[in-house]
Structures are given as structure tokens and as C-alpha cells.
Design a protein around this ligand. Structure first.
Ligand code: NAD
Ligand code: AHE
Ligand code: ZN
Length: 384
């Protein structure tokens, strides 16, 4: 197992490599970066592996209203704590960690509400691409770079707030634990924590990429009845069945009826739970309208581009359907991620199965290309 690098002086800015997004719509640039030491309440991580998520591509595309450049993207990373700033007690140098784009301070109104995993403590600065004190720890070509989602895992070293990191057992390799930093946890949590799918309930999952497949495994865990995967790519049927789908529907192959009408027929009146894992607002509408009158709940997970809006007849809600959404599946990272790691180690949570592609950091643009191909579930980038 890789040991933490001890030769780095906590007081120095030191050079390493990163994939930098200098502007929207351009490929990432693999080059030197200086990463400053962690300040009070911060943690510097040697990133060992990172996944590439569609949200990284979404922000890189320029469609994210919060997207700003130049920036170090990446939010699905795991590695080792290299150094900690003053006052940090929650993790130690040498700990194996997963970065958390949804932090957990346990002190703010959100954290204390018991109603949400969204933490308010650093959301404003995180959204502006800076550390909680308003400054950046990244420099390249003589310029400050922005942080992304409080994590910036496309750098061999990154600095995050101490509330944006969770220590996990080193028994889980970092090329697996990184995927718990977004896609797998998001889908599984959406089914188990946010929707709380009940035994015997009928579930439809729209879009069975990484997130949707993990919704399927959450639905299986909670013993759902019919588990219907909906995807425009027929190649996803085998994947969906492997993750527990009982049915597969390609909506482009239905003649004379909509996908919502088809699902309502299949489930004697509509699904108990539906999930949008596409980011397409038309699909979000279909997912809501495929819900059972009186109680069906539709969970929006997909991220839609700036300017996109959802619509349906208000009558759909008047008649008892519920439209909701979640980030990171509703999972509180510092409290609940170690439990998901245990589930993985006990063979109760699929993680390995999601890895279809691998790339070194120097070829991260290939990971972005592969992600857009229909046969990629997750590409894991080796940062070393
Ligand atoms: P993915 O591209 O791997 O999977 C999307 C799937 O949707 C693909 O299989 C695709 O064929 C299918 N699809 C596309 N159009 C469709 C349509 N009209 N009907 C049915 N299926 C369709 O993406 P992913 O990594 O699984 O992420 C899914 C979405 O979730 C993205 O928008 C991503 O940004 C978002 N996301 C949100 C969160 C969150 O916390 N809310 C976390 C991670 C990802
Ligand atoms: N910046 C975008 C929003 C993007 C978004 O919704 N991100 C999700 C995580 S996606 C992970 O792959 C999220 O955490 N949302 C809650 C939050 O506080 O950002 C926009 O549209 O402005
Ligand atoms: Zn993501």
C-alpha cells in the first residue's frame, strides 16, 4: 500500500502536477501547479485516485452558472492526508480519506436540522471557488486558480476544509473509495436515504449510468418490487439487470404512447418512486408523471444546464405526486460514508463493478472522451 509522502514540508508551496481548466470548452491542461500549505481548519491531501463525473464535464462545458475559470475541477477523489492546518482534529497526517463536496460541519442550521445533508457553513465560498477565508491555495503560470466544489481532485495535491473530508479505513483501496465521493453514494443514497424505498414498492430509474445503476442497487437493498430501468441506450439493459433491474424499457422504442403512460400500465397506476438520473428536464417531467396518484414520489438527481427549467401540470402535484431532489443522495459524508465503506468491505455494496475505464492523470482528457461514450460507467484516474 502506498505510504504518505513525508518529505514534504508543511510550510512550503510545493510543485506537483494537475489537470487545469483554463477556460470553458477547452481540454484540460496537464501541467505544474503550486499547492500552498493548509491554513487553519484546512487539510492538504495527496490525491491517489479520482473519478470523472458528468458534473465535471458540465462545468467544463460552460453550462454551469457557478462555473468560473481558471479552475482545478474534480470532486470524486480519495487519497492520504499529507498535512493539516492549525486546529484540525478530525483527521491526522497519514489518514486515508475521501473528499466531500457536500461538507458536514455538524454546527450549522442545516446540519442540526436532521432534515438534510446540505451543510451551509462554507457553501458561499465553495460556490465562488475559494477556500473559506476567500483565498486560493492553487497557483500556476503565476496566476491564482479557483477551487471546485470544495474538493478540486484533479490535482496530485489539493487543499480542502476539514469539514470537507472523511477518514476511511485503508482496507478499501483508493481507486474504489474515490467513487464513494460522488456517483455511487449519490444513487444509493437517493434510494435508501432520500426516497426510503419500501419493500415491495415499484421503482423506475430513468438513466442507468453510474448514478442510476447505484439507485438500482439501493432499490434492491430495500427490497423493492418491480425495479424498472429506463434508458435510451439498449446497451444499458445488461448493466441494469446486473444491478438488479427486473425490467428494462427503451423509451424511444415505444410506439403510440409515452414512457409515463407505459410505466403507469406496467405498475397498475404508476410507480411508487421514480428517479431522474439524466439531467434532462423532459425526462424529469416524465419521471414525475409516471408516479402513482396520491403518493408517488419523483427524485431529481440529474444536473441540468443553466436556463433549463422543469414543468408539469400543477394538477400532477394537486393529486398527490411529490417532486423532490437531492445532492450526494442525502448522505451526510462524515457520519455515513464510513458505513458505506463497511458495506463495500462486507460485500453488500457494489463498487468495483462500476469501474469500466482507467487513465493516468496525464491522459485525463481521454477520460472525459470515454465518459461520453455509451459503454463507460466510470473512468478512474490514477493520480500518481
Ligand atoms: P451517465 O451519462 O453515466 O448516465 C446517464 C444515462 O442516462 C445514460 O445511460 C444515458 O444513456 C441515459 N439517458 C440519456 N438520455 C436519456 C433519456 N432521454 N431517457 C432515458 N435515459 C437517458 O451519467 P451519470 O454519471 O450517471 O450522472 C447522471 C446525472 O446525475 C448527471 O446529470 C450528473 O451531473 C448528475 N449527478 C448529480 C448528482 C447529485 O448529487 N445530484 C451527483 C452525481 C451526478
Ligand atoms: N453549480 C450548479 C449545480 C450543480 C449541482 O447541483 N451539484 C450537485 C452535485 S452534482 C455532483 O456530481 C450539488 O451538490 N448540489 C447542491 C449544491 O449545494 O451545489 C448550478 O446549477 O448552479
Ligand atoms: Zn459528481
Amino acid at each position: 500500500m502506498t505510504q504518505p509522502r513525508r518529505d514534504l514540508n508543511q510550510c512550503t508551496n510545493f510543485p506537483n502536477q494537475a489537470a487545469i481548466a483554463w477556460e470553458a470548452g477547452a481540454p484540460l491542461s496537464y501541467e505544474d501547479i503550486e499547492v500552498a500549505p493548509p491554513r487553519a481548519g484546512e487539510v492538504r491531501i495527496q490525491v491517489h485516485h479520482t473519478g470523472v463525473c458528468h458534473t465535471d464535464a458540465y462545468t467544463l462545458s460552460g453550462k454551469d452558472p457557478e462555473g468560473a475559470f481558471p479552475v482545478v475541477l474534480g470532486h470524486e477523489g480519495a487519497g492520504i492526508v499529507e498535512s493539516v492546518g492549525e486546529g484540525v482534529t478530525s483527521v491526522n497526517v497519514g489518514d486515508y480519506v475521501v473528499a466531500l463536496y457536500t461538507p458536514e460541519c455538524r454546527e450549522c442550521k442545516f446540519c442540526k436540522s436532521g432534515k438534510t445533508n446540505l451543510c451551509g457553513k462554507i457553501r458561499a465560498t465553495q460556490g465562488k471557488g475559494v477556500m473559506p477565508d476567500g483565498t486560493s491555495r492553487f497557483r500556476a503560470r503565476g496566476k491564482d486558480l479557483l477551487h471546485f466544489m470544495g474538493t478540486s481532485t484533479f490535482s496530485q495535491y489539493t487543499v480542502v476544509a476539514d469539514i470537507s473530508v472523511v477518514a476511511v479505513t485503508p482496507k478499501i483501496p483508493t481507486d474504489r473509495s474515490c467513487l464513494l465521493g460522488c456517483g455511487i453514494t449519490t444513487g444509493y443514497g437517493a434510494a435508501v436515504v432520500t426516497a426510503k424505498v419500501e419493500e415491495g414498492s415499484n421503482v423506475a430509474v430513468f438513466g442507468v449510468g453510474c448514478v442510476g445503476l447505484s439507485v438500482l442497487q439501493g432499490a434492491v437493498k430495500n427490497k423493492a418490487g418491480k425495479i424498472i430501468a429506463v434508458d435510451v441506450n439498449d446497451g444499458k439493459e445488461a448493466w441494469a439487470r446486473k444491478f438488479g433491474a427486473t425490467h428494462f424499457v427503451n423509451p424511444t422504442k415505444l410506439s403510440g404512447k409515452t414512457i409515463q403512460e407505459h410505466l403507469i400500465e406496467m405498475t397498475d397506476g404508476g410507480c411508487d418512486y421514480t428517479f431522474d438520473c439524466t439531467g434532462n428536464v423532459g425526462v424529469m417531467r416524465a419521471a414525475l408523471e409516471a408516479c402513482h396518484k396520491g403518493w408517488g414520489e419523483s427524485i431529481v438527481i440529474g444536473v441540468a444546464a443553466a436556463g433549463q427549467e422543469i414543468a408539469t401540470r400543477p394538477f400532477q402535484l394537486v393529486t398527490g405526486r411529490v417532486w423532490k431532489g437531492c445532492a450526494f443522495g442525502g448522505i451526510k459524508g462524515r457520519t455515513q460514508l464510513p458505513g458505506l465503506v463497511d458495506d463495500y468491505l462486507n460485500g453488500e455494496l457494489k463498487v468495483d463493478e462500476f469501474i469500466t475505464h482507467r487513465q493516468p492523470l496525464s491522459a485525463i482528457n481521454s477520460a472525459f472522451d470515454q465518459m461520453k461514450e455509451g459503454d463507460c460507467v466510470r473512468c478512474v484516474v490514477d493520480m500518481k
